[in-house]
Design a protein around this ligand. Structure first.
Ligand SMILES: [Zn+2]
Length: 67
């Protein structure tokens, strides 16, 4: 018997080896979602791309300020 089988809120796939610590996202205001590792990786990459575009100078500055 499979207990607590969860499906990803984004892609709908069953989450293997479900672990609330890894896969449960509490977004606040009563909004809680389960997201599989693959989708959370995609979100992380997406966030990093956005961050790199929004703050391109910050990374560059760091590189030159270190001297
Ligand atoms: Zn997913």
């Amino acid at each position: 018997m499979i207990m607590n089988e969860k499906n990803c809120a984004l892609c709908g796939a069953a989450i293997r080896n479900y672990d609330a610590f890894l896969h449960h996202f509490n977004l606040g205001e009563g909004l809680e979602k389960d997201i599989c590792s693959r989708c959370s990786d995609r979100i992380l990459k997406h966030q990093q791309e956005i961050f790199a575009k929004l703050f391109p100078t910050r990374a560059a500055k760091k590189r030159y300020d270190r001297k």
